[in-house]
Design a protein around this ligand. Structure first.
Ligand code: MLT
Length: 388
């Protein structure tokens, strides 16, 4: 009987955080427990109808049934460039500085294959979306975490990294608005990142998936590409997922430095065949006409955020009031590690939250709540937390 062994890169992987949460959730649900699912950042609100209608119309056209273009339809990339101009006042050449992605996760996962050689150093600001270190390791990179600490507003302490380490670094992953801490970046922070990148020849990968979920018009999250000189060193990943409630559609984009965009495009040409064109056409109308809907979603998330923060504070669970993202990052109660707390909470109350350490060691002592159920259920969830 032949025996098939997993490759070391897969065999040595911990379970994928969100798949593991799904597994535990199903186990508990099978016992008839009423589950409140706050584990994954997957909007519960539906995709706006006009986007669905655009998909329907586009899906009827036979030219959309054939292979799409690898880098994305030019019309989609133009819509992305226009949206970046309107939203961030960033100029992008749609032909060279935009590539479409089958969701930003896909692009993030493929990016290191284009630029990381075995042994190259990759820095990841952590706690982090698990895909950054895993994809970097798949490419043979050596990953080093830079902790995000509460006392630094969950921004990495760039001065704590010595010049020799920066010199060795090929890629630096950052993510603002941040998942899981919900922190936002300042222009000064991005300026410093860009300065370091120029000085030490470092590629900056900034994941911007949550820029559109903000709570105050005066504190709109920024793009790193607004920073002078950023386009020479940075690629920014974005997505329609969280903005327009389109996680299931798999539609995203990477923008910025033309060499970085082209490198990623080269990997993609070899491993996938682009996004279904009907989805791209729907994505175009989302980018063009979605803002009034997004405004409504923001108001809904804001109400949810306030309900959760207030209820957590009443039961002495400390958390910051997030300025952006669909997450609340809270301290685990005294006496519990993140995993202990999360697993007890699930088993005894049916509330699913994400353990902070699932995002890296510096997430220990925290848990993450996704604001992806209605306010009544959120109140119920916090009331169950208080009974632990
Ligand atoms: C999260 O919950 O962190 C994200 O939704 C996961 C993802 O986008 O893949």
């Amino acid at each position: 009987m032949p025996e098939f062994k997993l490759a070391d890169r897969i065999a040595s992987l911990p379970p994928y955080l969100f798949a593991e949460i799904d597994r535990l959730k199903s186990e508990v649900a099978a016992q008839g427990v009423d589950i409140i699912s706050l584990g994954i950042g997957d909007p519960d609100l539906p995709t706006p109808q006009f986007i669905i209608d655009a998909l329907y119309e586009a899906a009827k056209r036979p030219e959309n049934h054939q292979y799409p273009s690898y880098v994305g339809m030019l019309t989609f990339r133009e819509a992305v460039a226009k949206w970046y101009k309107q939203r961030f006042n960033v100029d992008l050449d749609p032909k060279k500085e935009v590539v479409s992605l089958i969701g930003s996760k896909e692009g993030i996962a493929h990016f290191p294959l284009a630029f990381v050689n075995p042994g190259d150093l990759v820095l990841v600001a952590s706690p982090n979306y698990p895909v950054y270190p895993v994809a970097s390791s798949f490419a043979g990179g050596e990953v080093k975490m830079i902790p995000l600490l509460d006392e630094n507003d969950f921004l990495p302490d760039l001065d704590a990294v010595d010049a020799a380490t920066w010199d060795k670094t090929k890629v630096f992953f950052i993510n603002y608005p941040n998942n899981p801490t919900a922190a936002t970046a300042t222009p000064e922070f991005f300026a410093k990142v860009v300065e370091i990148a120029h000085k030490h020849n470092v590629i900056i990968v900034q994941d911007a998936a949550y820029t559109e979920v903000y709570y105050d018009e005066n504190k709109k999250p920024i793009s790193i590409l607004e920073t002078p000189g950023a386009k020479e060193v940075a690629i920014e990943f974005h997505s329609l997922s969280k903005t327009y409630n389109m996680t299931g559609w798999r539609c995203g984009m990477a923008v910025g430095n033309a060499t970085l965009v082209a490198g990623l495009g080269k990997v993609k040409e070899n491993v996938d065949s682009g996004i279904f064109q009907a989805v791209q056409e729907a994505g175009i109308v989302a980018l063009q006409h979605g803002e009034p809907y997004v405004k409504e979603f923001r108001a809904i998330y804001k109400e949810r955020r306030d309900v959760v923060v207030e209820a957590l504070r009443k039961i002495n669970i400390s958390c910051r009031v997030p300025d952006a993202s669909i997450f609340v990052w809270a301290r685990t109660p005294e006496g519990y590690t993140s995993s202990e707390f999360v697993s007890k909470l699930l088993k005894e109350t049916g509330v699913v939250v994400t353990p902070g350490n699932g995002f890296g060691d510096s997430g220990e002592g925290y848990f993450r709540i996704s604001l992806t159920v209605d306010t009544e259920r959120l109140k119920e969830a916090v009331s169950r937390i208080s009974q632990l």
